[in-house]
Design a protein around this ligand. Structure first.
Ligand SMILES: *Cc1c(COP(=O)(O)O)cnc(C)c1O
Length: 277
């Protein structure tokens, strides 16, 4: 296939960039992008959205409902925060690296009552320290795999400790480089919202974000009129459950995503998770 297409850049497999993504994309996934233009309101487009959302849930392994955003992972995270956390609420951000620091900046910029619980870059977060900081908070933001340092935080222990002290806490986890890669059991661990993006573990071109909501957190979702319109996940979730998106999604990428997910779903979760160790 690549013989027919001029390549104007150095393929990723021949660059020396050390980066978590965009990762290499398989030819059958790329080929999905080269079809005649598909339409998101045509039945085939509706079916493809539903199919991709179901596969995202299957990859997670828990009965969470997926929203696909046309944004990078950061946009998906922004939507997750704004659609679960009312204006002015107490937000705790657990940070130990570049990506996790960003979520604290985001919460501050939206005017949340933001507290930071930090460890030096490269270290792992201390579950009890995070739990103590999250006492009385509405929402905890945490990064599972801190790609900037390579640290994989013990999300199970952290969420367990935090929920033991504060059962009403909503935990939003940046799993942008752990979803589909590292062991992730949000229902058992008490994590409410999982955020990821297409260009990392799911090996799809950049441009899609994913937010997966637990059944329990869905009952607590809000419309955040002061902040969210495009990233109103309450509206998106309702629309996407019925097979439609309020705006035009990157439908070509959704086709590619569905094909990419087939490869990941062809092996058991435990096999996928074992490979990253
Ligand atoms: C890549 C990455 C992000 C940023 O995602 P974008 O898709 O670039 O918005 C955030 N967090 C982690 C852990 C990442 O690896």
């Amino acid at each position: 296939m690549s013989d027919a297409l001029p390549t104007q850049h150095t393929p990723l497999n021949r660059t020396r960039l050390i980066a978590p993504g965009p990762v290499e994309v398989a030819p059958d996934v790329l080929a999905q992008l080269a079809q005649p233009q598909m339409h998101h309101r045509a039945q085939a487009g509706i079916d493809k959205l539903m199919e991709a959302r179901a596969k995202l849930t299957q990859l997670l392994g828990d009965p969470f409902d997926a929203v696909i955003t046309t944004s990078s992972g950061t946009g998906a995270f922004e939507g997750a925060l704004l659609s679960t956390t009312p204006p002015g609420a107490r937000v705790v951000n657990a940070q130990a690296g570049k990506f996790s620091e960003r979520w604290g900046e985001m919460a501050q910029r939206f005017g949340y009552d933001t507290a930071l619980v930090a460890r030096p870059w490269g270290e792992v977060l201390d579950p009890q320290e995070v739990a103590d900081a999250a006492r009385g908070a509405h929402t905890l933001l945490i990064t599972h795999s801190e790609t900037s340092t390579g640290a994989l935080h013990d999300l199970e222990a952290i969420a367990g400790a935090a929920k033991a002290q504060n059962p009403d806490l909503i935990i939003i986890a940046d799993c942008i480089t752990s979803y589909g890669v590292a062991e992730l059991r949000p229902a058992a661990w008490g994590v409410d919202v999982i955020v990821s993006g297409s260009q990392k573990g799911t090996a799809t071109p950049p441009g899609l974000g994913f937010v997966l909501f637990s059944p329990e957190v869905q009952a607590r979702m809000i419309r955040n009129p002061g902040n969210a319109f495009y990233l109103d996940m309450t509206r998106e979730l309702a629309g996407q459950k019925a097979g439609s998106t309020p705006q035009t999604p990157a439908i070509n990428l959704i086709y590619a995503l569905s094909t990419a997910l087939d490869r990941l779903l062809s092996v058991p979760h435990e096999v996928l998770w074992a490979e990253q160790r």
